[in-house]
Design a protein around this ligand. Structure first.
Ligand code: URA
Length: 440
């Protein structure tokens, strides 16, 4: 089957059958499709769309383009569950959710990604823990899932390799923001991980890829229908991303916040609501809870009795990190050399936050990548970022900036202040949970 004929069909608005899509995916893996040909088909799909059958065929073919994980031989005694977020600023939900699920009896091989655009990546956060292996061997990953119940790790070389090549091509050819291509990309990795239940956190707002509710709903519907169609029971929550989630953004700072959350020292209310809601969906989906209320009771228990924190500690140790991280986090999580408050210029209520810009400032501080090969400074970012609706007096801190040196801290403090609008009248915030979608 000639690549150019397949590209021509899609270019002219035709529909590809499963064998044509299979040929494309095989060509991505064995290199018989050049980068130019793959990019041309990605752009044709971006412009002309893929229908549901084409999206299902692409998802299936990419799922089976490498090895798939099979957990049957492990006799785990609990469901294999996972969550995927479409990305936001300060989104550290995975760091708490994986051990919470594990403490409730689930097994969570969480295949995560690095920062993308303005959003922070879960893997970069875990990389700020010294020794922690985000690219473990298959044996180490299996041992962590068996022993701790969860493992937050990266995509292995042989998991959905067609997606890895296509994603890299899409990234540099302006073909990322296509709902069918995003759907197949996300789900191929989840299906290859051998899951039995998935919940999607589809974010919408000025810090999300899906800026509008319409786009978030379209993406959520596509993900839920293709995943369920492929035999993976899946639900989606659409959640608000019009402000930083929790109080911090930046890699080490978010690990600190996750530890504070799990240990009960501090649980920011929006972060708690979203994390708990996603966890409850999965506990019901995995039949570990009989109802939503039952799930909430279990979640409270594993947070309050310390068992979720203990699972986090076990996961870190199983993947090569320090065995006493949760007892002595300050010994392992490096602080930035300079931290300084960002003062409010006047009295007022926080009425608007330019969330995407805050994500970009974290990159400018060195906490994210400008180029794929960049090394990142895990120590930098912002903490104590005020939520929408908070009241300040002139000079009160809007946030604290953590930077590599004083000049950068001062410059970033000025830029951060410009992302937070203050008004004279009390302002509110959108509820954190906006909509729920399931196949039923
Ligand atoms: N995340 C993915 O894994 N793939 C996409 O296409 C977009 C976000």
């Amino acid at each position: 089957m000639l690549a150019q004929e397949i590209i021509r069909t899609k270019r002219d608005g035709g529909v590809l059958d499963a064998s044509q899509i299979g040929a494309f995916v095989a060509g991505l893996v064995d290199g018989s499709w050049s980068e130019g040909q793959a990019a041309a088909l990605a752009m044709a799909a971006f412009l002309n769309g893929l229908d549901t059958d084409e999206t299902v065929a692409l998802t299936r073919a990419m799922t089976h383009s490498g090895s798939t994980m099979d957990w049957a031989g492990e006799n785990l005694g609990g469901p294999i569950l996972d969550k995927h977020s479409t990305g936001g600023v300060g989104d550290k939900v995975s760091l708490m959710l994986a051990p919470m699920l594990a403490a409730c009896g689930a097994y969570v091989p969480m295949i995560s990604g690095r920062g993308l655009g303005h959003t922070g990546g879960t893997l970069d956060k875990m990389d700020s823990i010294p020794g922690y292996q985000t690219a473990p061997s298959s044996d180490m990953l299996r041992a962590a899932v068996r022993g701790a119940g969860c493992a937050v790790v990266g995509q292995t070389a042989d998991l959905a390799p067609a997606d890895r090549r296509l994603y890299a091509i899409r990234d540099v050819t302006a073909t990322v923001e296509s709902i069918p291509l995003i759907t197949a990309s996300i789900l191929s990795k989840k299906l290859a991980a051998g899951l039995q239940g998935l919940v999607l956190d589809v974010k919408t707002g000025n810090g999300a890829f899906a800026a509008s509710m319409e786009m978030a709903q379209e993406l959520a519907r596509s993900l839920v229908s293709v995943a369920n169609g492929a035999g993976l029971p899946t639900r989606a929550l659409i959640t608000d991303m019009n402000q930083v989630l929790g109080h911090s953004c930046g890699n080490v700072l978010e690990v600190w916040e996750a530890l504070e959350f799990l240990s009960g020292q501090r649980r920011e209310s929006r972060l708690r609501e979203i994390t708990t809601a996603l966890c409850a969906e999965l506990l019901v989906l995995g039949r570990l809870a009989g109802s939503h209320d039952d799930a909430l009771t279990r979640i409270d228990r594993v947070l309050d009795d310390g068992s979720a924190l203990e699972r986090f500690a076990r996961m870190v140790a199983a993947l090569g990190g320090p065995a006493d991280l949760v007892e002595r986090p300050g010994q392992y999580l490096s602080a930035a050399p300079v931290s300084r408050p960002v003062p409010a210029a006047r009295d007022g209520w926080v009425s608007q936050v330019a969330t995407r810009d805050i994500g970009l400032l974290v990159i400018e501080l060195g906490g994210g990548r400008r180029q794929a090969a960049d090394r990142i400074d895990h120590r930098v970012g912002f903490s104590e970022v005020l939520p929408l609706g908070a009241h300040v007096r002139a000079g009160d801190p809007l946030a604290v900036v953590h930077a590599a040196d004083d000049a950068t801290a001062q410059a970033m403090a000025r830029k951060l202040a410009a992302t937070i609008a203050l008004s004279d009248v009390a302002a509110g915030a959108q509820a954190p949970l906006l909509t729920r979608l399931s196949a039923d």
